[in-house]
Design a protein around this ligand. Structure first.
Ligand SMILES: *[C@@H]1O[C@H](CO)[C@@H](O)[C@H](O)[C@H]1NC(C)=O
Ligand SMILES: *[C@@H]1O[C@H](CO)[C@@H](O)[C@H](O)[C@H]1NC(C)=O
Ligand SMILES: *[C@@H]1O[C@H](CO)[C@@H](O)[C@H](O)[C@H]1NC(C)=O
Ligand SMILES: *[C@@H]1O[C@H](CO)[C@@H](O)[C@H](O)[C@H]1NC(C)=O
Ligand SMILES: *[C@@H]1O[C@H](CO)[C@@H](O)[C@H](O)[C@H]1NC(C)=O
Ligand SMILES: *[C@@H]1O[C@H](CO)[C@@H](O)[C@H](O)[C@H]1NC(C)=O
Ligand SMILES: *[C@@H]1O[C@H](CO)[C@@H](O)[C@H](O)[C@H]1NC(C)=O
Ligand SMILES: CC(=O)N[C@H]1CO[C@H](CO)[C@@H](O)[C@@H]1O
Length: 527
């Protein structure tokens, strides 16, 4: 009900913005307003954008100078609300606004109200826009609309809404997320890019109608683009990649996951053009070959985040070169890259000393020896996911716990060779006792209540997954829960299946009274 209300509200504002705001400031005058703010009052803002738009820090707004200007208690509370709790206003607060708008309008100059509005998300802005004509103008000032996320409205956003919104935001818009907005076409994006030439971050994941042409428009109009996310856009291919790469020189983050038409060649173009690349996501890309991985490594040595989930063509050869050239790598996801072996882990230990997160789910060829080599080089690991690494034993746990003191989240689901000894290494490590937050041990059939006892030492554990560990009893779970009431435990106890014993007593009724073997089966019940 509420969200429906807000949604229609949102559309009214977007659709009606030209008619309701007869005195609405044009793009040029709104930019002079913000320029004036910039020149006259700089409230400890960390940076000023190229546009002259104020960008605010998350600094302590409790000590915001605005609170000094409007000294009354009433105003203080109201402003604090606006600054801190922007999403939803209740009835009382709305009344408070109504009571106080006039007062505020006279106390605060336009620039300061604009400044307050810059803290609000767009739903709240739309609410403020309904308060009065004056507030409407200010709330819809383009400077307040630097970031728009339409993901939650995906089913309702059609091309016109987006076009109108982009006209409203103009050059102020920097971040646009239209994930899953399936009605949006290349034509709409042409209008958007034309009006919003300062776009820095664009997510068009799953926008099925978007093709090469949108990338062409971006290349023509949006030179400041830094992050582009075209995940699951099936109509984009190497042609589009080439266009955008030749003109957007600030690109540092790419997501081409599940783009089935982007080939090794397209990836090579990305890597050769974007030397600033720090984030690259290519989930499920069959064309992410060893060659592509080598290009990526050799050309993008600043890479911090790399997601190669399910890139099934990759082998050690690609990963070894890649790791060699990317010493800054902090996050590596190689889940379901099933051809990789210990050589990849050895290379990681040798070259990637900054590694903090590793997801090696389903890398079933990784073994204890590989993890020893990796752990000896990657001391900063905080999150490690080894689900379905079926070849590892307790030794891997020992190497990791001994060498990586910061491990917070540790996943060992379905590592069937893990025993209580492995869990003992965790429980007896001073670092793990202090740092471990999440431990997933589900489907490890050999661990028993002894493991739970070892874990009693991990005082900061927040979640423990032990479902489908058949040898763990309710009592052990109760014990650790008593010690740590806030610990989330995911345990599941299968209902006791009666194990058929050779000496079961069989009673037969009706048809036969004595010898069971002689009974007609349908009239026998086992007790
Ligand atoms: C977009 O704006 C135009 C011009 O103001 C208006 O006529 C139209 O109804 C709007 N469309 C939508 C869907 O918002
Ligand atoms: C607000 O006023 C108080 C007292 O007048 C002063 O100490 C403080 O520095 C002011 N805060 C800001 C952010 O200007
Ligand atoms: C934010 O506002 C809502 C609704 O008025 C209220 O329930 C919530 O407690 C507020 N949160 C904070 C942190 O003030
Ligand atoms: C991408 O653009 C090229 C050239 O403009 C075209 O040949 C190709 O068919 C387009 N691909 C898709 C999937 O639309
Ligand atoms: C692309 O967008 C999706 C959906 O918002 C997000 O899950 C993913 O992390 C994004 N990719 C990058 C590289 O940020
Ligand atoms: C792993 O990849 C294979 C194909 O490459 C796929 O069939 C399977 O579903 C994937 N597993 C997971 C858990 O993603
Ligand atoms: C560990 O998991 C918790 C809870 O899911 C999460 O908040 C935290 O960011 C994770 N830590 C790392 C290093 O991924
Ligand atoms: C600019 C740059 O470093 N280009 C290199 C990209 O990678 C290839 C090999 O894969 C090199 O030949 C280029 O010199």
């Amino acid at each position: 009900m509420r969200s429906h209300f807000q949604l229609s509200f949102f559309f009214n504002i977007i659709n009606g913005c030209h008619t309701t705001t007869t005195d609405s400031s044009s793009d040029t005058s709104s930019s002079t307003i913000t320029e004036r703010i910039n020149n006259q009052v700089n409230y400890g803002c960390s940076s000023t954008s190229t546009l002259g738009v104020l960008t605010h820090t998350n600094g302590d707004s409790l000590r915001h100078p605005l609170l000094n200007i409007s000294a009354t208690k009433h105003h203080r509370r109201f402003l604090l609300r606006l600054i801190h709790n922007s999403t939803i206003m209740n009835k009382q607060e709305e009344e408070l606004i109504n009571e106080n708008t006039c007062l505020l309008d006279t106390i605060l100059p336009k620039e300061l109200i604009l400044r307050i509005f810059s803290f609000l998300d767009y739903q709240s802005l739309c609410r403020c826009a309904q308060v009065s004509k004056y507030w409407n103008t200010l709330a819809l000032d383009g400077s307040n609309w630097q970031s728009i996320n339409l993901k939650n409205f995906q089913r309702d956003i059609n091309g016109n809404v987006l076009e109108n919104l982009s006209i409203r935001c103009g050059k102020f818009l920097k971040r646009l997320n239209i994930e899953n907005c399936k009605f949006i076409t290349d034509h709409n994006m042409g209008i958007v890019t034309n009006h919003c030439q300062n776009l820095e971050r664009l997510i068009v994941k799953h926008c099925d109608k978007i093709s090469n042409t949108t990338l062409f428009y971006l290349s023509r109009h949006c030179p400041y683009l830094k992050h582009i996310n075209i995940s699951s856009c099936h109509h984009i291919d190497d042609q589009g990649i080439k266009m955008i790469c030749t003109s957007c020189s600030y690109l540092e983050s790419w997501d081409i996951s599940w783009c089935m038409h982007i080939t090794e060649n397209g990836i090579r173009v990305v890597t050769e053009s974007c030397s600033k690349l720090t984030t690259f996501k290519a989930e499920g890309c069959t064309y992410m070959t060893n060659n592509a991985a080598m290009h990526l490594g050799k050309n993008c040595s600043k890479l911090l985040f790399l997601d190669l989930n399910r890139c099934s063509s990759l082998t050690d050869d690609g990963l070894i070169i890649l790791t060699q050239y990317c010493p800054l790598l902090e996050t590596l996801i190689i889940a379901n890259c099933t051809s990789l072996t210990d050589h990849t882990l050895i290379a990681l230990g040798k070259y990637c000393h900054q590694l903090k997160k590793l997801d090696a789910t389903l890398c079933s060829q990784f073994s204890d020896a590989g993890f020893l080599a990796m752990a000896q080089g990657c001391h900063l690991l905080r999150r490690i996911d080894l689900e379905d690494c079926t070849a590892i034993t307790d030794e891997t746990i020992r190497h990791l716990v001994d060498n990586c003191p910061n491990i917070e989240n540790f996943t060992l689901s379905r590592c069937e060779q893990i025993t209580d000894d492995g869990v003992r290494y965790i429980g007896s490590s001073v670092n793990a006792q202090e740092n471990l937050r999440v431990l997933e041990l589900d489907n490890c059939p050999s661990i028993t209540d002894i493991s739970i006892n070892h874990l009693l030492a991990c005082q900061n554990l927040q979640r423990l997954d032990i479902f489908d560990c058949q040898q763990i009893t309710r009592n052990a779970v109760k014990r650790i829960q008593m010690r740590y009431p806030h610990l989330k435990i995911h345990a599941y106890f299968a209902p006791q299946t009666p194990t058929p014993t050779p000496h079961q007593t069989t009673t037969c009724s009706f048809c036969c009274s004595t010898s069971c073997s002689a009974c007609v089966p349908s009239c026998c019940t086992i007790t």
